[in-house]
Design a binder for this molecule. Sequence first.
Ligand SMILES: [Zn+2]
Length: 430
Amino acid sequence: MSTARRRTATRLADGRELIYFDDSPEFLSGEREHRLDDPRPLADRFSPVPDADGVPQPFTGPQMRRDPLTGDWIPLASHRMNRTFLPAADSCPLCPARPDAEYADGEIPDTHYDVAVFENRFPSLMRVPGQDADGQGVAAPADTVPDDPRDLLEVAAPAAGRCEVICFSSDHRTSVVDLPVSRIRTIVDAWADRTTALGAEASIQQVFCFENRGRDIGVTLPHPHGQIYGYPYLTPRTERLLDQARVYRERTGGNLLRDILHAEQASGERVVLRSEHWTAYVPYAARWPVEVHLAPHRDVGTIPELTDSERDDLAVIYRELLRRADAFFVESDGTPIELPYIAAWHQMPSSRAGRTTTDDGAPLARLHLELFSILRAPGKLKYLAGSESGMGAWISDTTPERIAARFHQLGPVDLSASPASAITANGAHA
Ligand SMILES: [Zn+2]
């Protein structure tokens, strides 16, 4: 597979970054160039905001509070309530600009693109210049329980992270699963690029690439897109995974995620797809009605660490996984149901976050994707009700082995040995 990609970075009218990642021949050859300006009359995003009396007040970014009950950080995206930006019903802010059209407040000024990433206009996490705690970035938030009871309700910090939107295609009606493998490969490169860039920001501790797909997940824009969050703290789930990995390491000397992968491979019962560099399996204690984890064979902490051949292979196996996910449930007449899913990339947090390695430097995190759905049957969603929402106590409606068995009906496990599921580099279905 060609690994040629072209990266073009510019700024939107209000100062946000916009980066194009292209693989189409006309961009690679230079025959086509992206327009770099944004004709919209937008004020700088950090400019003062008028208060109720019309008096300009300095722009303030989102805040986060530390929940004294659990220790979790809760960003308060209250300023998002003030968003004035509501795209017209017939316009999609993620579609490319229409040629020769008047300004329509789309987010992408160019009329063509392959993959585009830009900073969210109404982010729940944002670093505002001049509001840094230490002038450099924002120091990692204090992580201890306050010594003084009077401080219990005082622990807060700027939610100095970053929220980006990644458009997977300029085609409004498509979906990642329908893209050619070469385009998914470009998306992998874009994830890698953003992981490196956000991970380098002094205030960011963890980079999360994810996609919410389908209205049932709460997606309001049908345009195929995902998001990239840079959190200024370690997320609760990551903290928990790190804690378990540390305990396991101390007991056995092993790397938890690697040893789980090897155990799943040895058992084979829940392995649903395998390629040269990747294995997908239903986890032993899956909590969602459909859940698959995809892990690299090599010990890798983040997407940027993947080699070209691991990225090529990922594009193929990821699309095949999504394709089978879309065949998992069928209507009574046999029509496949587009699966609402969340695709969540777990990456090694920044070393700035601390706690990511053992005392002797062994990494506790390992790159993997968790793909899961809230659909438990055609037309039936799993609600996170009393036990899950009230107690964080998950009860599965199925068994991991049943999930795996359904995947086994949908195609052979071994991708390299299955001509039936072979996918050509240009994306034609074999
Ligand atoms: Zn669109």
